[in-house]
Design a protein around this ligand. Structure first.
Ligand code: NAD
Length: 337
């Protein structure tokens, strides 16, 4: 872990420490210019600048072919969860080491979780091979992340922390990190939205997302993440879906996980966890209704049915009617009562 403004200057040294001599650099098309400038001094063997959201298998196949054809011995992924996802997908089939330079708050860089989409469904799994060997958090690289993307991505990180607080396999150390992660992000995000170039806010935002990534890497996710995964299958954008669903999923579990709720409220500086999250999002000015990010009302029932089909641990029993109500509230952006 390397953390701090300007720390991307350590990238070549970190790669060297792994003994790598043929780096495959990975980015999205939009960030390719910036990423290539950062890569000066790296022993570059190739560049894959076609990373896209949800790691579709066709694009993954191209990235894997490129890694093999240039004989890469290391992947350096500079970007958000989508970009890091491509590094992980290459590592999954080749065991190449990944160095991650995260520029959003997804937390993917801290986890052994990989995801690959095929035929409209996203398959995910855990494998230690995909966990980045080195991570560089440089807040200066996040100064250009647009306010709305930052806010939604930060709420995605808060969601990791919130569910870690009531995970069936949580523990007191993870809960400390989760509570501190929510505190850091809830105070950083309004500053970032007010001024995306506020380095103090950006530093606190990355610190919170690092903690959030740590929490999700060691605990199982529950209803909130499962619902967002299902909605992702309907083509909804990842971070925005998380931010819209979160207050409603927390409201669903509120009575069944009182200790977690008390810690979420405390970290937010509010008296009620679900309403506190909703009010934070109002302040950030991000979309509050699934209806506004492409969800079709006709699909709500299907999503609720998929959610109850395979049982999984969650503080409150996952049942069709209340889950459908949760989804309708998120669809309409209703304020938690
Ligand atoms: P993203 O990676 O898709 O990035 C969003 C947009 O922001 C992209 O267009 C990107 O090019 C741009 N961007 C990124 N950094 C920027 C910067 N510093 N300045 C300007 N623009 C920048 O979004 P995300 O929310 O970080 O990641 C979502 C993906 O990550 C999903 O596919 C999700 O499933 C996955 N994810 C995985 C894990 C895991 O543990 N495996 C955890 C969280 C998310």
């Amino acid at each position: 872990m390397v953390f701090g403004a300007g720390s991307v200057g350590e990238l070549a040294a970190e790669v060297e420490r792994l003994g790598a001599k043929r780096v495959l650099l990975i980015s999205t098309p939009g960030r390719a210019g910036m990423v290539k400038r950062l890569a000066k001094g790296l022993a570059l063997a190739g560049v894959f600048d076609r990373a896209v959201m949800h790691t579709p298998i066709e694009a993954v196949a191209q990235a894997r072919e490129l890694a093999a054809s240039v004989k890469a011995d290391c992947c350096v992924a500079v970007g958000g969860g989508s970009t890091i996802g491509f590094g992980k997908a290459i590592a999954l089939s080749s065991a190449l080491p990944v160095v991650a330079v995260p520029t959003t708050y997804s937390g993917s860089e801290m986890t052994t979780i990989w995801g690959i989409s095929e035929g409209g469904a996203k398959k995910t799994g855990r494998d230690p091979k995909v966990l980045p060997r080195a991570v560089i958090y440089d807040p200066e690289l996040t100064l250009e992340l647009p306010a709305a993307v930052s806010a939604a991505s930060g709420m995605n990180a808060i969601a990791h922390c919130a569910e870690a607080l009531y995970a069936h396999d949580g523990n007191p150390i993870v809960s400390l990190m989760a509570e501190e992660g929510i505190r850091a992000l809830a105070s950083a995000l309004p500053k970032i939205v007010a001024d995306p170039r506020d380095l103090g806010g950006r530093t606190a935002g990355l610190y919170g997302s690092w903690l959030a990534g740590m929490t999700i890497s060691t605990t199982s996710v529950a209803l909130h993440h499962k619902l967002c995964h299902i909605l992702g299958g309907f083509g909804l954008p990842h971070a925005e879906t998380h931010s819209i669903v979160l207050p409603h999923a927390i409201g669903y579990n509120q009575a069944a996980a009182p200790e977690a709720m008390a810690r979420i409220s405390k970290a937010l500086g509010k008296t009620d966890a679900a309403r506190g999250l909703y009010e934070l999002e109002e302040k950030l000015g991000i979309p509050m209704r699934l209806a506004d990010i492409g969800m079709k009302e006709a699909d709500l029932e299907r999503a609720a049915r998929i959610a109850v089909e395979a049982p999984y641990p969650n503080p409150r029993k996952v049942e069709y009617e209340p889950v459908l109500r949760l989804l309708r509230d998120a669809y309409d952006g209703r304020r938690p009562s």
